[in-house]
Design a protein around this ligand. Structure first.
Ligand code: SRM
Ligand code: SF4
Length: 569
């Protein structure tokens, strides 16, 4: 039976297999420890890889090598991806230095900044996992709940112009994350090999079944919607009155993931439901999460996200349930304005009098020469660091007297151009996809430089090269680069083929529409060219591309489709 929910009781046998696994896992212990010590295979036997996600660890294999290994009768090249929990993306310089060393010692493909402003290491071998996890622990960091059916990393806008405010809000993000992480002793038992005493109330919030599915909370600081607040399960929009934070507008039920094969799966924009005072935000997030815990679908995992719970039970029902559980009604939403969802580049002197700037990192991937350049830079750097949800690295809290030194140092290391790359680069994000992501159907990160080049040439041909347009690229419809909030998006269908979405807004408050299916690169250019031409000739002053397409009614699907064949990735 359900152990911690108010749903009509369901026998556990009726629920999805993952629910049974969680229920019998002894709070995420499973047999993970033994699996790590098993030298026969590079994988973790049985279903324990599913439990390891809650610990921030994903079992993967190198998909580039699958065929070759199959032909040689070898098991897949199993390896692990480790995702850190870094609420608000805030790191010290020493932590960065430590992560750099760990990446060199344990990971392949360096450091990867994610679209939820944390760091992933790819390509870790099983026998090295514990040492890596202990290394992360020694830096004062952890990986708990970075994946799994729990509250994931809590994100916070990295608006460089509002640094004092950012400090306040990112502390709330941290408080929210700490409050909502699983409390099981399994994490330190398995990774640090420290015995813990298992109590009856080991998971006071989650209970034995944890959540039906992942859950995401984010704090945005207007006018920048870098976190894509309408794509979060719970999105908070900071309300600043007379220069001070008064609280947050509250949005619920956003989400990107969809399956092309299921018409009852879809991306959803969050609904704005009210206003809450700042200090109450973490508790409100917990209350909303418990509603999802108790009413989310535990039978059909594809319909288990909070957005479907809301659509199934209705916003009125939800608001009543929230008031009953939270003990008070939310206030009316307050005015705010978003201007963009890309990062704000260049140097900015913020409300704390200090300087902040963003280093553009293509795809968030820091490897090879770039990793060495950054290592050199950080040996000298005295300020602080923030990761952004656009996969960039922010240098923060730099005093006046340090700024020119930093500028020269960045110049010496050939990093200076990264503070103001070409407009378009800052508005294109892509997910990891191949070779590590098990769900990828097409390339994303590795294809992104070519797409950027192609798109910049297209824009130049139509004389709109100086106008930023958001593009999102993903290797499948799951939406890890939040494609459906881009003005243009390509989501992978098969090698070299993508679905094309158009018409999201520049600041991420309108969903893009499916415009063409299964298109290749050439068709992308053919379809985009006339639209860019129209845009070039007929746009209003300061009108963004997505808004133009909507105003001109140019979003009727082209229904272009090519024969898919059998994907061979
Ligand atoms: Fe994601 C699954 C990578 C942000 C929606 N995502 C995955 C997995 C773990 C594949 C898997 O389950 O086997 C990918 C690992 C690839 C790899 O090799 O590293 C993966 N997701 C990523 C990252 C690294 C993309 C990136 O390039 O930065 C992002 C890590 C975020 C983090 O630090 O926590 C990442 N994923 C997102 C986002 C964006 C966000 O949260 O702001 C979304 C859309 C928002 C949402 O959740 O609705 C997202 N990822 C998904 C989904 C679809 C979920 C759904 O509702 O259906 C999956 C598939 C799943 O969970 O079944 C998925
Ligand atoms: Fe993998 Fe798809 Fe997410 Fe890209 S969008 S990382 S291909 S799950």
């Amino acid at each position: 039976m359900y152990l911690n929910t108010k749903l009509p009781s369901q026998p556990i046998d009726n629920l999805h297999e993952n629910e049974k696994l969680k229920a019998t896992s002894r709070h995420l212990r499973g047999n993970i420890s033994n699996g790590l010590d098993n030298p026969i295979t590079g994988a973790v036997p049985g279903d324990d890889h599913l439990l390891m996600k809650f610990h921030g660890v994903y079992q993967q294999d190198d998909r580039d090598l699958r065929n070759e290994r199959r032909q040689r009768y070898l098991e897949k090249l199993y390896q692990f991806m480790v995702r850190l929990r870094i609420p608000g993306g805030v790191l010290t310089k020493d932590q960065w230095h430590g992560l750099d060393i760990l990446s060199r010692r344990f990971a392949e493909r360096g450091i990867r900044i994610t679209t939820r402003q944390t760091i992933q290491f790819h390509g870790i071998r099983k026998r090295k996992l514990r040492a890596l996890m202990q290394g992360i622990h020694n830096l004062g960091l952890d990986t708990i709940a970075a994946c799994g059916d729990d509250n994931r990393g809590v994100v916070c806008g990295a608006n460089p112009c509002l640094s004092a405010l950012n400090k306040q809000v990112s502390e709330l993000a941290k408080e929210t994350s700490n409050r909502l992480i699983p409390k099981t002793g399994a994490y330190s038992e398995i990774w640090y090999q420290k015995p813990t005493v298992k109590t009856d109330n080991e998971e006071p919030i989650y209970g034995d079944l944890y959540l039906p599915r992942k859950f995401k909370v984010g704090y945005a600081i207007p006018p920048i919607n870098d976190i894509d607040v309408y794509g979060q399960d719970v999105g908070y929009i900071a309300i600043i009155e007379n220069g001070a934070l008064t609280g947050f507008n509250v949005c619920v039920g956003g989400g990107m993931g969809q399956l092309d094969a299921r018409t009852d799966s879809y991306p959803r924009l969050a609904d704005l439901i009210g206003f809450i005072e700042a200090d109450k935000a973490p508790r409100l997030a917990e209350t909303i999460m418990t509603i999802q815990r108790d009413f989310g679908d535990r039978i059909d995992r594809h319909r288990a996200r909070f957005k479907y719970t809301l659509d199934r039970l209705g916003l009125d029902w939800f608001n009543n349930e929230l008031t009953a559980r939270f003990g008070e009604t939310l206030g009316l939403p307050r005015p705010f304005k978003f201007e963009q969802n890309g990062d704000k580049l260049g140097w900015h002197q913020a409300d704390d009098g200090l300087w902040h700037t963003t280093i553009y990192i293509e795809n968030g991937r820091i490897d090879g020469a770039l990793r060495d350049q950054l290592s050199g830079f950080f040996q000298f750097y005295g300020g602080r660091i923030r990761l952004t949800t656009n996969q960039n690295l922010q240098l923060t809290h730099i005093a006046d007297y340090e700024k020119s030194q930093i500028q020269s140092r960045l110049d010496d290391l050939d990093l200076l151009w990264r503070l103001t790359p070409h407009h378009q680069a800052n508005h294109l994000i892509s997910c990891v996809a191949l070779p590590t992501c098990g769900l990828a159907m097409a390339e994303a990160e590795r294809y992104m430089p070519r797409l950027l080049d192609l798109f910049e040439r297209l824009k130049a041909r139509h004389g709109v090269n100086d106008i930023p347009i958001t593009i999102r690229l993903t290797g499948c419809p799951n939406g890890c680069a939040r494609p459906y909030l881009g003005e243009i998006a390509l989501t992978g269908r098969a090698p070299g083929l993508y679905n094309l979405y158009l018409g999201g807004s520049f600041h991420g408050d309108r969903l893009a529409t499916l415009y063409a299916s299964n298109i290749d690169e050439e068709t992308f250019s053919i379809l985009l060219s006339p639209l860019l031409e129209h845009y070039s000739n007929e746009r209003l002053t300061n009108e963004h591309f997505g808004d133009f397409l909507v105003r001109q009614n140019l979003l009727d699907s082209q229904c272009t489709s090519v024969n898919l064949g059998t994907p061979n990735v």
